[in-house]
Design a protein around this ligand. Structure first.
Ligand code: DX5
Ligand code: ZN
Length: 221
């Protein structure tokens, strides 16, 4: 099993964003998780394609764009042009989920679908075979630093089963409340890709924190 750690720059020091991105990549990030919020689909406002473009040359690892915006389609090509490698969106934010997946893929990016805590797995019916990534939210989207919702573990187990049954490589990502203390349990439930914002950026030593997460992951039998 390959595990990937994706620090969310939502919790970075935005006054020093370039340095923060470089530091977290140096510390061993596998992806840079880029949260886009629009104060419409979610009650918070963050950054757009210009900021993605600015950090792209510093990243050296893939940029994992998490769109919490409605509508979705208009902004997809802008993020592709700005250096995004993976683009994920929420099915509730798109009128035509299949079309949005096609649009992301056609723009040269990997496509991900994001399931909110209350979103049923049935939204994966008929589209799972087109996805490169499924992102399970373990908090309600909008803010960093929230508490992990335990039901997400059951959801991970169910999605892991569906992915394995399909036999195609699809990354299974978890987002919200991931810490050194719970990462092993989350991995045991089937996640292979771990977003962590506050756990990394609020720690004194990013490399030590990512190292501690990897050590917990390595302990999984
Ligand atoms: C929340 C965002 C997350 C957030 C996670 O809507 O999608 O990526 O940064 O933050 P933590 O790891 O602090 O829960
Ligand atoms: Zn996110």
């Amino acid at each position: 099993m390959t595990f990937r750690i994706a620090p969310s720059i939502l919790s970075a020091d935005f006054a020093r964003l370039g340095d923060e991105v470089e530091a977290v990549v140096r510390a061993g990030a596998d992806l840079v998780h880029f949260d886009v919020m629009d104060n419409h689909y979610v009650p918070n406002l963050t950054v757009g394609p210009r900021v993605c473009e600015a950090i792209a040359p510093l990243c050296r690892v893939p940029i994992d764009v998490h769109l919490m915006v409605k509508p979705v389609d208009r902004i997809v090509p802008d993020f592709a042009a700005a250096g995004a490698n993976i683009i994920s969106f929420h099915p509730e934010a798109s009128e035509h989920v299949d079309r949005t997946i096609e649009l992301i893929t056609a723009s040269g990016c990997k496509a991900g679908l994001v399931l909110n805590p209350a979103t049923p797995l049935s939204c994966l019916d008929h589209v799972l075979h087109k996805l490169d990534l499924v992102l399970i939210m373990s908090v309600n989207p909008g803010f960093g630093g929230q508490t992990f919702i335990a039901e997400a573990l059951n959801k991970l187990r169910a999605v892991r089963e569906r992915i394995d049954r399909g036999g195609r490589e699809i990354w299974l990502e978890i987002d919200g409340g991931v810490k050194v203390e719970n990462i092993a349990e989350i991995a045991r439930a089937g996640a292979d890709t771990f977003v962590a914002g506050s756990a990394i950026f609020e720690s004194a030593d990013y490399e030590a924190t990512i190292g501690a997460m990897r050590a917990r992951l390595a302990s999984i039998g």
